[in-house]
Ligand binder design. Structure first.
Ligand code: FAD
Length: 354
């Protein structure tokens, strides 16, 4: 992502070299380079870079709805009655999706709504006894006690500092393993209070990130003169929540489509805009349905099953791990145990309820 989008090093907060997957009593450590972005600096870079390339920004402009004439989306209304017109309109408002919803392009369902919260902390012990060494690591933890139907994370940002967060799908079906009625803030607090790595940790002010996304299959993403990108679609990877790269890739595919439609004679018909849908499925998230299936199965499993999964993953070579992460059905099937019948039954029930 850094290379293909020309992201400068000065928006990188820390370079990591490991990825750690944790379950309540087990973990898996893998060599895997990564970049932790300074998100505010990253967004400022995007604005500056856009301006250099000719973009004009209108801050504090709240888009209300699309202006449609003769079945064609010709503009948007914002901040009450202000209007702006264009050949092509793109909704990039994340899960808010005021235009895509109004045009019935996306149907973001409540039962697939995932929420997330993150803060940066100092005073973190990244290597206490009995835990994986999280120095220069991105750690993702599967544990219903802290994130029922989701995961929590600790991304080391250097010294004794880290970004720490929790996200989960707000759906009762995934909360069968959870006996408490906590909010997302409550789950993060609970993790902070009970994990020794946070014993001396304190929040760094003004570092809160809070947001949401939908863990579901995208339907249509475009119509005449209109495209929806990023998490409006949604584009985020459902398994590990990698949203930034996926969303930027979707923007690039929309740009290619717009370029094609506006070059020579202008043709922004539904058929021409649908090139974006094809590009999205081929280039942005070719395995999205399989990854959604993996996500649902993962979040329905119990804490004991997570421990077993880590044990099994530790015995597998790197290529096979990659194949599993890429949704290879044969390799995923090899991870199943006879005792998984009840999990498969719950998974089947869940998919029938869709
Ligand atoms: C706590 C948390 C941690 C995360 N960590 C990571 C991570 O480590 N790595 C990663 O890759 N991804 C991460 N993600 C996911 C990633 O942030 C998202 O997938 C990504 O930001 C989505 O980009 P987007 O541009 O589609 O939407 P957004 O980033 O949601 O941007 C949408 C923008 O539209 C604006 N908007 C909304 N409604 C309107 C309106 N009516 N009019 C005008 N503007 C509007 C919003 O204010 C916002 O600025 C995280 C998400 C959360 C919540």
């Amino acid at each position: 992502m850094m290379a293909s989008f020309g992201i400068p090093d000065d928006v990188v907060m820390h370079e990591t070299s490991l990825v750690v997957l944790e379950s309540p009593n087990n973990y898996l450590t893998q060599d895997q380079p990564g970049f932790i972005l300074d998100f505010a600096a990253f967004k400022e870079f995007l604005v500056e870079d856009g301006r250099k390339k000719g973009a004009e920004y209108r801050f504090n402009a709240r888009v209300r709805d699309p202006i449609v004439k003769g079945g064609d989306v010709v503009g948007v209304r914002y901040n009450g009655d202000e209007e702006i017109y264009a050949e092509i309109i793109i909704d990039a408002t994340g899960p808010a999706a005021p235009l895509a919803k109004s045009l019935s392009i996306v149907d973001l369902e409540r039962k697939n709504h995932a929420v997330g919260i993150e803060y940066q902390f100092e005073g973190i012990n990244t290597n206490p006894p009995g835990y994986a060494d999280l120095t220069d690591a991105m750690m993702l933890r599967l544990d219903h006690e802290y994130a029922p139907g989701g995961y929590s994370w600790l991304f080391h940002t250097g010294e004794d500092e880290a970004k720490v967060g929790v996200c989960f799908i707000q759906n009762e079906r995934y909360r069968e393993n959870d006996t408490h009625d906590r909010t997302i803030d409550g789950f993060l607090e609970h993790w902070l209070e009970t994990d020794p790595r946070f014993e001396n940790a304190s929040r760094i002010p003004d570092t809160q990130v809070r947001g949401s996304a939908h863990v579901q299959s995208p339907g249509s993403m475009s119509t005449t003169s209109f495209m929806a990108i990023g998490d409006t679609v949604p584009s985020i990877d459902p398994v590990w929540g990698e949203g930034v790269y996926k969303c930027m890739k979707s923007a690039r595919m929309a740009a290619l489509t717009a370029d094609r439609c506006l070059t020579g004679s202008v043709d922004t018909s539904t058929r021409e805009m649908a090139v974006y849908d094809d590009l999205w499925h081929k280039q942005v998230a070719p395995q999205q349905d399989r990854r959604l299936m993996m996500t649902k199965m993962l979040y329905l499993a119990s804490n004991e099953r997570y421990d077993q999964l880590m044990k099994d993953l530790n015995k597998i070579d790197r290529d096979t791990l990659s194949a599993i992460n890429n949704g290879n059905k044969r390799e995923i099937a090899k991870l199943l145990h006879p005792s998984d019948l009840s999990l498969l039954w719950r998974f089947w029930r869940e998919t029938q309820a869709q």
